[in-house]
Design a protein around this ligand. Structure first.
Ligand SMILES: *Cc1c(COP(=O)(O)O)cnc(C)c1O
Length: 230
């Protein structure tokens, strides 16, 4: 049986190899370990193996783990869909939010971010898959949303995030990732300063790295196949 520590090493090696293939700098991709559905003990094991950033999709489950582990060395990222009645808990407990796709949610997160904490780091989720996806802001609307989010006092807009539709077609997936990078580059050319591209999961992060990913969100390849299906 492989352990979480073995899996982490294998994922880190895959990341290094993908960076090398693209002639990108070692260390230019941040690994986010997606611990949704796994108990706090699994996070503890990954942490003991040196992993620092963890992603959660469900507010209640995530906050319970954050409180149970009480580890100030962990950086918690909220990566799931966010309803407006859950923004306060996210603003109070997480360091990053990846799935912002409406101004109303961003405004609530900014208003509810406790003064004692640093600004909440956010990525805007973009729908790069058209009809095939229902989450994320349409590419044509990213500019207006990004400008409005960038003005909110208690948020720091870091970049864009996407989840392409499931596909075995590598060139299709690469095209989705490329679109996200082009949108980010365009916003930067217009005066924003976005460094983050949150894209790529267990089965496709090499393709995302080839297209410029700076954060990959990896669950299954680290913790194993989830038995709870949502
Ligand atoms: C579950 C999830 C992941 C991780 O997916 P794996 O295929 O298990 O690596 C990444 N990002 C988001 C938004 C997720 O919901």
């Amino acid at each position: 049986m492989t352990t979480i520590s073995d899996n982490l090493q294998a994922v880190e090696e895959r990341i290094r190899r993908a960076l090398r293939v693209s002639a990108r700098d070692d260390g230019s991709v941040h690994l986010l370990a997606v611990s949704k559905t796994w108990p706090a003990e699994a996070v503890r094991q990954a942490r003991a193996a040196g992993q620092r950033s963890f992603g959660e999709n469900y507010v209640q489950e995530g906050v319970e783990k954050i409180i149970a582990l009480a580890d100030p060395g962990i950086e918690w990222h909220f990566i799931g869909p966010l309803q407006s009645n859950k923004t306060r808990e996210v603003a109070e407990h997480f360091a990053w939010v990846h799935g912002v796709d409406r101004l109303k949610i961003a405004e609530r997160l900014s208003a509810q971010r406790p003064a004692a904490l640093p600004p909440l780091q956010v990525c805007i989720q973009v729908n790069v898959s058209g009809e095939a996806s229902k989450h994320g802001v349409a590419p044509a609307e990213v500019r207006a949303l990004a400008r409005a989010v960038a003005r909110l006092p208690r948020l720091r807009l870091r970049g864009l995030m996407a989840i392409p539709e499931p596909s075995e077609d590598e060139s299709l997936l690469r095209g989705r990732f490329r679109l996200l990078r082009e949108l980010r580059d365009q916003l930067n050319a217009e005066g924003l300063a976005l460094d983050a591209l949150s894209m790529g999961m267990s089965h496709d992060f090499e393709l995302a790295i080839a297209e410029g990913a700076t954060i990959v969100r990896v669950g299954t390849a680290i913790f194993g196949t989830r038995t709870r299906v949502d």
